[in-house]
Design a protein around this ligand. Structure first.
Ligand SMILES: NC(=O)c1ccc[n+]([C@@H]2O[C@H](COP(=O)([O-])OP(=O)(O)OC[C@H]3O[C@@H](n4cnc5c(N)ncnc54)[C@H](OP(=O)(O)O)[C@@H]3O)[C@@H](O)[C@H]2O)c1
Length: 288
């Protein structure tokens, strides 16, 4: 299939694009400043021309403003990049798409309260979450596939670092890090997530799906488990609470997702987070 990835030059795009190519798809990488095709896709005409010119069988949208505090201090930027872009894509696909599918990558940040959360338990606590959820609604209007997720693993994108890159780098340099006992999540490795996104895109099943690891853990448990898997020293890593640190945006404390809908609909058994962490041994080559 010919697949247009918008926002392909970011963190997830750099792992997803080659994974799709390995499965035999022809990938067109779009970025604002780099990529096979370029342009600011908050502008409707740019998106119309992109969809009409590239004639993709599917668009996977990764373009976003992912900095949660920046979204809070500039809600209009959050709206433009997390909502307007998806509206533009949905409109262009509807009018010029010729049967093209839309897969919108969203976030576990749309949840709050005690997890694991089912897809209906949306609870929005900041502008990042609001703008991503509004983007989901735009994708749903044209029966898109919406993937709520979170991810980690070594970045293949220049200048972009994942959460696990940050921990591995800090521990390797023996810097002091504080890791939160009161924040829970259920991410996947970017490698595994890319395979699931490909599978969802190929099947073309519409709907909203949580796609994360089978269980989840606190961020502190995750960081200590990652250090153990990679044989990194942990004497500079300290337990802390998220309330010890001031952020511009309020953040959810428990983003763990119940992924039963995805597992049942796609016949997939998701890995546990511990299994995903252990897979990092071969990805990072640290302490191995
Ligand atoms: N990172 C995470 O930990 C995380 C967790 C959960 C969910 N997600 C979701 O996963 C998706 C991918 O995240 P990511 O971390 O790969 O994002 P990222 O690294 O921040 O990359 C975002 C991409 O979007 C492009 N972009 C932004 N605004 C644009 C515009 N107006 N016109 C054209 N391109 C634009 C950027 O291009 P430029 O670089 O040229 O601006 C970049 O290629 C997002 O939907 C995000 O919400 C991310």
């Amino acid at each position: 299939m010919r697949v247009l990835i918008t926002g392909a030059t970011g963190l997830l795009g750099a792992t997803l694009a080659p994974a799709l190519e390995l499965r035999g798809h022809v990938v067109v990488r779009h970025g604002r400043r780099a990529g096979d095709v370029r342009g600011d896709i908050t502008v409707p005409d740019v998106v119309e021309q992109l969809v009409a010119g590239e004639r993709p069988g599917a668009v996977i949208n990764l373009a976003a403003l992912t900095n949660v505090d920046q979204c809070e201090s500039d809600p209009n930027a959050a709206f433009l990049q997390n909502t307007r872009i998806v509206e533009n894509l949905a409109n262009a696909i509807e009018t010029r798409g010729n049967g093209c599918r839309l897969l919108q990558v969203s976030t576990d940040h749309v949840y709050d309260g005690v997890g694991p959360h089912g897809e209906e338990a949306v609870h929005l606590v900041n502008y990042y979450a609001f703008s991503k959820y509004a983007g989901e609604r735009a994708a749903a209007r044209i029966s898109g596939t919406i993937v709520r997720t979170n991810f980690f693993g070594p970045s293949q994108a220049s200048g972009q670092h994942s959460f696990s890159d940050w921990i591995v780098g800090a521990l390797t340099r023996r810097e002091t890090v504080r890791v939160f006992d009161d924040v829970f999540f259920s991410p996947l490795s970017m490698a595994a997530l890319s395979g699931y996104i490909a599978h969802m895109m190929e099947s073309g099943v519409p709907g909203t799906f949580n796609v994360g690891s089978r269980d989840g853990m606190s961020k502190a448990q995750f960081c200590f488990a990652l250090a153990a898997a990679l044989g990194l020293p942990t004497d500079t890593m300290h337990h802390a609470l998220s309330t010890d640190r001031a952020h511009a945006a309020r953040r959810p404390k428990d983003m763990r997702m119940n992924c039963d809908r995805f597992q049942e609909r796609f016949g997939v058994q998701l890995p546990s987070l511990q299994q995903e962490i252990e897979s990092m041994r071969s990805h990072y080559h640290a302490g191995a």
